[in-house]
Ligand binder design. Structure first.
Ligand SMILES: Nc1ncnc2c1ncn2[C@@H]1O[C@@H]2COP(=O)(O)O[C@H]2[C@H]1O
Length: 388
């Protein structure tokens, strides 16, 4: 049964306040996977603790002014602390295990570590990664397996509720939402340099995590080439990262006139996407142009690839999206999307965004619900086909 949780009661224990514990691999996992849920329960009075097994020293540095390779571990530990404050967490902790190396550590060592943390903190609810690692990262898979094994070992002695966080696999398209947003503005949108960087990171990361269904890539167009031809069907939207384009209209007599120019920070192709009409002009690169290109990717109903691929059993959500049939719990975190975005921005080395950059309705649609698979307690085995 899918439960849309509008309240925040934790029935596992009569202890007040209830204790939630998230165990993850890197600073930022807590925010991206379950930040809204943590903020929601913390605001209702729960004690919420987050432990990251690594300090994230192998992560990218997307803002060179925020860290160097030598300082990254310390900076990311502080970022986790700052994100924790945005989410209202009771405690955050970064351990010293190697970023990128968790899957090479003897699994018994990680299970032992997880057992010690569970004994020390004695949580009512534990949240970690499932076998998909949310994003497939091997560190995530290793942490999730160890914490899950530790919870199973303790289950006869405690009443721990264990949840695996689950990627949303949304089919909402940033391409469409951004196009609708831009065409409704009264003046032509022109993003700052910071916006250009933020949208590049935000769109590629959120689509990779399944918060939107686009395929986003960076394309290069040499000067003189057509990016869009007037009259063709609209399938992509472009966000100019560098270079300039001319907007040229071709009349019925074949005469072409330049009606406008666009450059970095501007969207092109938004009209055709938002209206479903054929392209209303040619767009030609006047110097070499790079763009962030948003394209709808077909939904792929498989979990994993290659030999591990398995067809997903899905169920329909009210939004029309399909979700993995194993999802047991979806938490309405619409009142806490702001917390999640501010916490994301606190992870500046990974997400150089300003919380107010993106339109609220888009953020709501992307982040307003978080999904979980309840692993413990296991469902009871029924002994009758009919209710008795
Ligand atoms: N007058 C204009 N000024 C700026 N851009 C335009 C103008 N007319 C058309 N465009 C852009 O050119 C694009 C052509 O494809 P679309 O109609 O999808 O979306 C259009 C806009 O992005």
């Amino acid at each position: 049964m899918v439960i849309v949780a509008h309240n925040t009661s934790v029935n596992a224990s009569s202890r007040q306040p209830p204790r939630l514990l998230g165990i993850f691999a890197h600073p930022d996992d807590e925010t991206l996977c379950t930040g809204g849920t943590f903020a929601k329960y913390a605001s209702a009075g729960a004690e919420v603790r987050v432990i990251s097994l690594t300090k994230g020293g192998a992560g990218q540095i997307r803002d060179a002014s925020a860290a160097t390779r030598a300082t990254l571990r310390a900076v990311r530990e502080k970022e986790l602390d700052a994100a924790g404050k945005e989410l209202g967490l009771t405690e955050t902790r970064c351990l010293e295990y190697p970023d990128g190396g968790l899957s090479e550590i003897d699994s018994q060592i990680l299970v032992q570590l997880a057992s010690e943390l569970l004994s020390e903190i004695d949580p009512d609810v534990v949240i970690t990664f499932g076998p998909d690692g949310f994003s497939g990262h091997p560190d995530h898979i290793a942490v999730g397996a160890a914490v899950t094994a530790a919870c199973y070992e303790m289950r006869s002695a405690t009443s721990i509720r264990l949840f695996h966080c689950h990627p949303p696999r949304s089919r909402m398209l940033l391409r469409d939402r951004l196009a609708e947003w831009v065409v409704e503005l009264t003046t032509r949108f022109k993003g700052t340099k910071d916006f250009v960087r933020a949208l590049s990171v935000f769109s590629s990361e959120t689509t990779a995590l399944g918060y939107a269904g686009d395929f986003v890539n960076v394309e290069w167009f040499p000067s003189g080439s057509y990016i869009i031809e007037q009259g063709e069907a609209a399938t992509m939207m472009y966000f100019l990262l560098s270079g300039h384009v001319e907007i040229r209209r071709e009349g019925e007599d074949g005469r072409v006139r330049v009606v406008d120019r666009s450059g970095p920070g501007e969207f092109i192709g938004e009209v055709g996407i938002a209206t479903g009409q054929p392209r209303n002009a040619h767009v030609v690169a006047v110097d070499d142009v790079t763009s962030l290109t948003f394209l709808a990717s077909e939904p792929v109903p498989i979990d994993g690839r290659g030999e591990q691929a398995q067809l997903l059993r899905t169920r329909s959500l009210p939004s029309g999206d399909q979700i993995d049939a194993r999802v047991s719990t979806c938490i309405d975190v619409s009142d806490f999307v702001g917390h999640k975005i501010r916490a994301t921005a606190a992870h500046r080395t990974q997400y150089p965004i300003d919380p107010g950059m993106f339109p609220d309705p888009i953020l709501q649609e992307m982040f307003g619900v978080e999904y979980f698979i309840q692993v413990l307690p296991e469902r009871e085995l029924h002994t009758s086909l009919l209710d008795e």
